[in-house]
Design a protein around this ligand. Structure first.
Ligand code: ADP
Ligand code: MG
Length: 273
């Protein structure tokens, strides 16, 4: 692509900026390599506010790298990503772009919640404490505000009675629901899920999907990587099929899951369905 390298410290081309505005998440021609491997190859995607986008695709196709790039856990080689019209990793000053310092990146990262396959709760904190530390530190909530919010969120994920439990006392499904509540506690503009049910025993998958479905219905902007095709069909506004670092096909669940246009999408669906 023609984008300049984001790591080169050169001001990026401002001509490209309008294209990254106008979505809760706007991804414009993002590329990334690891050594000789092109892991993301000119990926562009807009996630409108309040919408649900589900990304499917084979292992190694770049799905996690894309999510991690949105959260600035990975730095892309070229292209741009904006959250709610604000470029990640850059500050615009007059006509030029400056790379953000680590401290500012941490501040911006608060706008993007992320839920991983492995729930990563703090084992030495109770469920309630897991939900109140970050909002106090990063959002400036008082302890009382953070605790009131935490109790509401626990109720929302069906765990009101687990506030004082330790993570190890909970099932995997319950821990993942706490992880979702913890992500929500920072009031992110968008919530990213990377295979949120892949590490769970089969009988615990549905309770987590039900919580995500409720978020979808409530208008939270969601970007979800999952192999749960039935769930994708039910909740997605847009389904994106990725392979080898590229978006091969995207559209409504009806289009992509029932009438895929691309042979590679059909082959993938035949394998997973
Ligand atoms: P997916 O989530 O679709 O399975 P990933 O984004 O995790 O795919 O990985 C895409 C490709 O990038 C894979 O081939 C993977 O091996 C490679 N990759 C991911 N992270 C790294 C890394 N830190 N260093 C080198 N290669 C990596
Ligand atoms: Mg992955």
């Amino acid at each position: 692509t023609s984008s300049r390298s984001a790591s080169s410290n050169q001001p990026a081309s401002l001509i490209e900026l309008p294209a990254v505005k106008g979505g809760a998440v706007a991804i414009h021609s993002v590329s990334k390599r690891y050594g000789h491997q092109q892991v993301l190859d000119a990926v562009s995607l807009t996630v409108p506010p309040g919408s649900v986008t589900v990304i499917i695709g084979p292992s190694g196709s770049g799905k996690s790298t894309l999510l991690r790039s949105i959260n600035h856990l990975e730095r892309v080689d070229s292209g741009f990503i904006a959250i709610d019209g604000e470029l990640i990793g850059y500050r615009q000053q007059g006509n030029s772009l400056h790379e953000l310092k680590e401290k500012d990146i941490l501040q911006r990262r608060v706008e993007v919640g992320m839920v991983f396959q492995h729930f990563n709760l703090f084992p030495h904190l109770t469920v309630l404490q897991n939900l109140i530390e970050a909002p106090i530190a990063l959002r400036g909530l008082s302890r009382a505000e953070a605790e009131a919010q935490a109790r509401l969120l626990l109720k929302r994920v069906g765990l009101a009675d687990k506030a004082d439990a330790w993570p190890r006392q909970l099932s995997g499904g319950q821990q993942q629901r706490v992880a979702i509540a913890r992500a929500l506690a920072l009031r992110p503009k968008v919530l990213l899920f990377d295979e949120p049910t892949s590490a769970l025993d089969p009988e615990l998958v549905q309770e987590v999907l039900d919580v995500i479905k409720e978020l979808a219905r409530s208008g939270t902007t969601l970007l979800i990587v999952t192999h749960e095709i039935g769930f994708a069909r039910e909740v997605a506004d847009t389904v994106v099929f990725m392979e080898q670092g590229r978006i091969v096909e995207s559209g409504s669940p009806e289009q992509v899951l029932r009438q895929p246009q691309q042979q590679r999408t059909r082959e993938f669906l035949a394998r997973v369905l």
